[in-house]
Design a protein around this ligand. Sequence first.
Ligand code: NDP
Ligand code: OXD
Length: 307
Amino acid sequence: MIVIASTKPYAQKMLLDAFQAFAPENSFCLPDDACATQATTAACWFPDMDQLESLPDLQLIHSMGAGVEHLDLKKIEYKYQLCRIVDAHHKQGMLNYLHWGILYYQRCFDLYAHNQQQQIWHQYSQLSEHDVKVGIMGLGEIGSFVAQKLANYGYQISGWSKSSKSIESVTCYSGEAQFEQFLSQSQILINLLPLTTETRHILSNKTFEKLPKGAAVINSGRGAHLNSNDLLACLQSGQLRGAILDVFEQEPLIPEHPLWTTQNVLITPHVASHAPLKVVVEQILENDKRLINRQPLMNVVNLQRGY
Ligand code: NDP
Ligand code: OXD
């Protein structure tokens, strides 16, 4: 039995609709239903952990997305297993979003949008993929896929991760010691890190000042990776050319936030990529089945690392 658990009304509705559409009848319930006492797995997005802790048979907390920072890992540790979604469509969706973002700068669409407001007709030179240096922070399930595909398109790709990696046609850096060298190669910096205590506010002055002057930033990791005051200052000074932001510390982004109206900032509402809901439901059901049959679970999160 799966219990659907989100404190966010939009996510609770989305999950309930998805389970109604794709799961067998009587295989899921809401936390207040009587059958929630039989739930072995919780499908979660910002769940109420106190409520979940009162369910006697619960063993598995399952994120409905790739990220798990919306969960209180301290409460999960030692008590529950934790799994997340890993999916091919999800990776492809992110590749599409990031390729669009790279082209936006590569082909100067940011400059043409600006020029249009002033009725300026000016043609910029056309860069090829080989002329564009892209740096990807995070070489996990999604980052390594994106890095490999973009390298195949002909971009000069560097990647940065915690442990060292080897990916064909991608220059791989790892750890604090190689971060600066990685940044110095990144005309377009993409963030695909998970949010942990180590990566919070990693997109700050200290990072931006090590990028080549006029670099662009695309944040499709998490909002709290970004120090938005530092971003605004670096856009103002010209250290950064622009930013594409998909994720925010508070979502939805509040109406009065200066990012909405800053020149050279392009905002999307946490849509860089979503796994299809059918896949989300199928993976959660499959993991619940494996749990009950005492088989190894898919896409287990390492609770010590926090991702
Ligand atoms: P993974 O857990 O598979 O990969 C995480 C990567 O980040 C790994 O390569 C890891 O290094 C690296 N990393 C973690 N901590 C550090 C650190 N301190 N220093 C350097 N590298 C580090 O995650 P996914 O690829 O599946 O997803 C990444 C994130 O993308 C998600 O957590 C989520 O926040 C975001 N996301 C956003 C979406 C959106 O629509 N905006 C959609 C999907 C995901 P190592 O390999 O050495 O462990
Ligand atoms: C996420 C997702 O973690 O959509 O953002 O999977």
